[in-house]
Every structure is written in structure tokens, then in C-alpha cells.
Write a protein that binds this ligand. Structure first.
Ligand SMILES: [Zn+2]
Ligand SMILES: [Zn+2]
Length: 127
């Protein structure tokens, strides 16, 4: 971690990058974008609700937002609909897995309208 941090710091030094050739610049941008995509795609995502003012479900590691924070939901984000993935229907967790309907309790008759959170009952559109 320390070594990676140091080399990234040095690498991203504006003075180092200032005189990069066009071809090298293009290659660097490609590599950095790929690395960034990979980091986002492999982030385990963790919604850490520490800021009482911020009602958003934001990953404390990569900073991606997942809509509203939900105290009732298994992954702490609001869910409005079910997904089917590999033949399993349930909610799609922030970890990208599908949690089957049978593994959580919701009142789908009341809430399954696609606009209301299946867990806390709050609407997707909030003021
Ligand atoms: Zn993340
Ligand atoms: Zn909710």
C-alpha cells in the first residue's frame, strides 16, 4: 500500500507529466482509464453512514453513489425493484450479487410499484 501510494504520488506529479510526448500521453491516459475502470469494477463497496446530513448511500472506498441511504435494506441502499440474474430473482446488492427474494422480508404487495423502496417505503423522488 505504502509503495503503491508513493509511486502514484510521484507518477502523478504535474512536473513529471508536463513534458510527456503525445504518444506517451495517449498511452498513459488509456492505461490510467483502464486501471480506474478496474478499480471501480472490483471495489467491494461499503456504505458507511456516518454523515447525518448526507442521506445518500455513497461508497466510502470509491465514492460512487447508490441513491438513498436505507437503514432497513441489507446493503444500506434503497431498492425499488427486483432483478433477475442467472435465473435468480431478488434485489441487486451493491456487491453486484442478487439476494434472492426468499432471503429478506418485504411487503411486496404494498411496495412493489417500482417507485417506492421495498424496505423503508420511501419514494425514489424525495425532496
Ligand atoms: Zn466502492
Ligand atoms: Zn429504503
Amino acid at each position: 500500500m505504502g509503495i503503491i501510494h508513493l509511486s502514484v504520488e510521484r507518477f502523478l506529479n504535474p512536473e513529471t507529466l508536463q513534458h510527456v510526448e503525445d504518444k506517451e500521453r495517449k498511452d498513459l491516459i488509456t492505461v490510467l482509464r483502464k486501471g480506474l475502470d478496474y478499480l471501480y469494477q472490483t471495489c467491494p463497496h461499503n456504505i458507511d453512514y456516518t454523515d447525518k446530513e448526507d442521506r445518500g448511500a455513497t461508497c466510502s472506498i470509491c465514492g460512487i453513489g447508490f441513491g438513498w441511504y436505507c437503514p432497513e435494506s441489507p446493503d444500506k441502499r434503497c431498492h425499488y425493484d427486483f432483478r433477475t440474474q442467472d435465473g435468480v430473482t431478488g434485489i441487486r446488492l451493491i456487491t453486484r450479487e442478487i439476494l434472492p427474494i426468499s432471503e429478506f422480508s418485504i411487503n411486496s404487495d404494498v411496495y412493489n410499484d417500482g417507485e417506492t423502496c421495498l424496505f423503508c417505503g420511501n419514494p425514489e423522488e424525495r425532496k
